[in-house]
Design a protein around this ligand. Structure first.
Ligand code: SPQ
Length: 430
């Protein structure tokens, strides 16, 4: 395919956009709605490809789901209402779909086969299949269960106590779904706290879960009841515009309805550390997930260090933070982020290679990267490598590049943000 020419050398951004629904919460709303009893009505659902894959998989499990734009209605018949699928469950590009679904399917008394795209075929699965086998699940896959296709033969599960070796909300969530079906209590201990949307949603659906720091306890055999869910905007999508507002000259933009769950707001702490000029107006809406509007202006940035417990709170924002760092005075060091190697692409390599191509001074390390700023981005031909977050980061990089930027595999962006370019174009003031 011919690479797409992106808008470069943008003179300013102004106006406001409503950030589309959170991807993690949208996936979970379909999953919980499908295993709960009764009707679940979801508003501001993200109709991105990943979340549509989750809907398609649950329809194959016999769940009635209606979706029109960002409105979804699910008629759940409880965990026992799920039926053996007649065909293969295809998760597309979505790691969240495959990993969380394994936790649900592990306890269902039938056989399912899960596949995804080329990127999913390279992503590690034993982080989920190994602990699920401790519950009693039978899951097989290529290379001793590490890779898709995966075959799950579900059955009775017994609760376990499990200390996660990696900080992963997907692994934690899969184990919580298994725990909800297992006999007795399940105790999960996280090395570092990760996003807690699953825990919040168990409560929203009338279930019980106890979280004490990094220890989460859930009892099996609970009945969940359908509910109404309003999905806040995705801070991981907002991050691209937070960065754009800070680094494109002459800019002031407002991002409406951004999710502000503290397990996801690491990017705001980094913006603060770097000296960005922004303000937040939180909503008082009594929802399970906090949200607010953020206004950001062109800022003079300085380098920083990002490491430790902050990493899971901004893991998906590291590509765009790397771009921010190219425009900050001094050095930015990102450490403890090995997990980037097992995302849609190896995001240490793709960020470093693609930003270097545009003229950035950036070096890969074993567990992150080092970026020297402030650097001049000249332009060039780059690729998303099929990774939505790399594609969006490069579109913002193009906006501050002096010369032309051409992007290969632009279509990957619709995995999480189908209206990304419409939003970007609406803010360009020249
Ligand atoms: O769903 P997928 O493909 O894994 O999506 C990504 C992303 O960038 O959108 C990661 F590549 O987000 C993950 C995130 O990195 C979504 C997620 C969740 O919803 O629970 C948790 C994080 O993954 P992990 O492996 O750290 O649990």
């Amino acid at each position: 395919m011919i690479p797409a020419k992106l808008k470069s050398n943008v003179k300013g951004l102004s106006g406001e956009i409503a950030i589309p629904g959170d991807k993690s919460i949208s996936h979970r709303s379909v999953m919980f709605g499908s295993i709960a009893k009764g009707k679940t009505a979801v508003t501001n659902f993200l109709p991105g490809e990943d979340c549509l894959s989750t809907i398609a998989c649950f329809r194959k499990l016999g769940v009635t789901i209606e979706q029109e734009g960002n409105k979804v209605t699910i008629i759940g018949q409880g965990m026992d209402g799920l039926q053996e699928p007649a065909g293969i469950l295809d998760v597309g590009n979505s790691g969240t779909t495959i990993r969380l679904m394994m936790g649900i399917l592990a306890g269902r008394p039938f056989h399912s086969v899960l596949v995804g795209d080329e990127s999913i075929a390279k992503r590690p699965m034993t982080r989920v299949t190994t602990p699920l086998s401790l519950f009693g699940a039978k899951i097989h896959g290529r290379k001793n269960g590490e890779f898709t296709p995966l075959s799950v033969i579900g059955g009775p599960l017994s609760g376990v106590t499990y200390e996660l070796p990696v900080a992963s909300a997907q692994v934690k969530s899969a184990l919580l779904f298994a725990g909800l079906q297992a006999s007795g209590e399940t105790v999960i201990i996280e090395p570092v706290k990760t996003r807690d949307h699953t825990e919040r949603m168990i409560t929203q659906f009338g279930g019980e879960v106890a979280a004490d720091g990094q220890t989460i306890r859930v009892k099996g055999g609970q009945t969940l009841t359908g509910t109404e869910i309003h999905v806040p905007g995705d801070i991981s999508s907002a991050a691209f515009f937070l960065a754009a507002g800070a680094i494109v000259p002459n800019s002031e933009i407002t991002l409406k309805n951004v999710g502000l769950n503290p397990t996801r707001t690491g990017i705001l702490e980094v913006l603060k550390q770097m000296g960005a000029d922004f303000s937040i107006e939180p909503y008082e809406n009594g929802s399970a997930e906090p949200a607010g509007d953020i206004t950001i202006r062109t800022s003079k940035l300085k380098g920083t260090v990002i490491e430790g417990a902050l990493i899971p709170r901004l893991i998906d924002e590291i590509p765009i933070i790397a771009l921010l760092a190219t425009q900050a005075e001094g050095e930015t060091v990102i450490k403890d982020a090995e997990e980037l190697k097992v995302k849609e692409t190896n995001r240490i390599d793709t960020v470093v290679n693609e930003l270097s191509e545009l003229g950035a001074m950036i070096t890969a390390t074993e567990d992150g990267m080092v970026i020297r700023g402030k650097s001049f981005l000249a332009g060039g031909t780059v690729s998303s490598h099929g990774d939505h977050r790399i594609g969006m980061m490069l579109a913002i990089a193009a906006a501050i590049s002096k010369g032309e930027v051409h992007l290969q595999q632009k279509e990957a962006i619709s995995v999480s943000y189908p209206s990304f370019f419409d939003h970007l174009d609406s803010l360009i003031s020249d």
